[in-house]
Design a protein around this ligand. Structure first.
Ligand code: PRP
Ligand code: URA
Length: 181
């Protein structure tokens, strides 16, 4: 019944990112000392979009970078070929900064746990915050997002699929049945 249900269309994604940008500004009383870090893969595009929105609103450039957390995962098979976190951030300084992690989907929380480890490897941020486009529940770790595009109640047999213009030539968040179910 829930096969391929559209959860967010292009307009909903756009509005959610605009709202999250305002929430970031409100929580941090501006953007001073903040940086965005998008998790590979689609979190990177969301971080870039958020940085652009923040810049439109505040008129200042917001530093942002990207992070592939593969070497820090607890379920990794091989991290071969993935650069150390510090190299991936290309000189972006996390020491003393408010680091805002950005990802498309929050599920078990294991990706974000790995991302926090990667950030801590690069320095001691003032804080780490988390922005996600969709939170589908089923956490296995004590991790909660600070900014959420949409909370989506799901069963374990379902999957959230996020498609973004930059990679997929369309903007949509869909709820699908896991293959094999
Ligand atoms: O909370 P978790 O259980 O860790 O799940 C969430 C992660 O899963 C997906 O990434 P995936 O590993 O599928 O890679 P992708 O972003 O390249 O699709 C998604 O983009 C999140 O990063
Ligand atoms: O449903 C899910 C779970 C993890 N990651 C996704 O992108 N979707």
């Amino acid at each position: 019944m829930s096969e391929n249900r559209v959860i967010m269309d292009e307009a909903a994604i756009r509005r959610a990112l605009t709202r999250i940008a305002h929430e970031i500004l409100e929580k941090n009383k501006g953007i001073e000392g903040c940086m965005l870090v998008g998790i590979v893969s689609r979190g990177v595009h969301l971080a870039q979009r958020l940085a652009e929105r923040l810049e439109d609103i505040e008129g200042v450039t917001v530093p942002w970078g990207e992070l592939d957390v593969t070497p820090y995962r607890d379920d990794r098979e091989s991290a071969e070929g993935t650069a150390a976190a510090g190299d991936q951030l290309k000189g972006l300084e996390v020491q003393g900064k408010k680091v805002i992690l950005v990802d498309d989907v929050l599920f078990t929380g294991r990706t974000i746990r790995a991302a926090m480890d990667a950030i801590m490897d690069c320095g001691r941020p003032e804080s780490i915050q988390l922005a996600v486009l969709a939170d589908r529940g089923h956490r296995e770790l004590p991790i909660r997002p600070d900014y959420v595009g949409k909370n989506v109640p799901t069963s374990r047999e379902e999957e959230i699929e996020v498609l973004l213009q930059e990679r997929d030539e369309t903007d949509v968040v869909r709820l699908t049945q896991k293959r094999g179910n």
